[in-house]
Ligand binder design. Sequence first.
Ligand SMILES: CC(C)(COP(=O)(O)OP(=O)(O)OC[C@H]1O[C@@H](n2cnc3c(N)ncnc32)[C@H](O)[C@@H]1OP(=O)(O)O)[C@@H](O)C(=O)NCCC(=O)NCCS
Length: 162
Amino acid sequence: MSTVGFETGYETGPARPEEAQAVADAVTALLRELRGDASHTIPGLGAAVADAIAGRDGAGVLVARDGQGRVAGVLGYTTQTALRLAAPYRHVQELWVEPGLRSKGVAALLLAELDALCAADGVRRVEVCLPAEQFPSYPRTLAFYERSGFRVIGPRVIKDLS
Ligand SMILES: CC(C)(COP(=O)(O)OP(=O)(O)OC[C@H]1O[C@@H](n2cnc3c(N)ncnc32)[C@H](O)[C@@H]1OP(=O)(O)O)[C@@H](O)C(=O)NCCC(=O)NCCS
């Protein structure tokens, strides 16, 4: 599946294997931005990106490309089944758009592409975790997701195990 956003001039579709480095760079940039740490690196990212692009275990990567075919935005997702739904749902794990290309509808196009993919696969729910409230762009990010049809269901708690 591949969609062209005529208003935005960007095209979206599944990431190709040759776009793995661009996807890894985008995920690294996302984490650096969220953590406010310009030197953050993710060990093992290359293999994880390759697995997701290959669609392993329900994971996947959508990209938005500009007119020259350059990757302008990336959406990483996973698919899992919850007992509470008795059905599969998708989780947007990463969503990032090149800073100079924001507010042009690129992320909205990626979410629309994911919606189409879910419809084709019979997946009827999409979830996403927001960045921490201390993140400077948190209010704009929340506004973006609400405008895209998401509703807030409560904070997330996590625990890292060593
Ligand atoms: C959130 C994000 C993916 C939106 O991408 P985008 O292509 O600019 O989104 P769209 O053009 O479809 O919609 C723009 C809206 O996104 C929201 N937004 C959130 N953060 C923003 C930012 N730093 N810059 C611009 N828009 C932002 C705003 O609501 C904006 O609407 P506005 O232009 O009327 O203020 C992008 O800003 C981004 O990569 N931010 C940093 C990472 C992040 O927060 N990712 C999501 C959580 S994992």
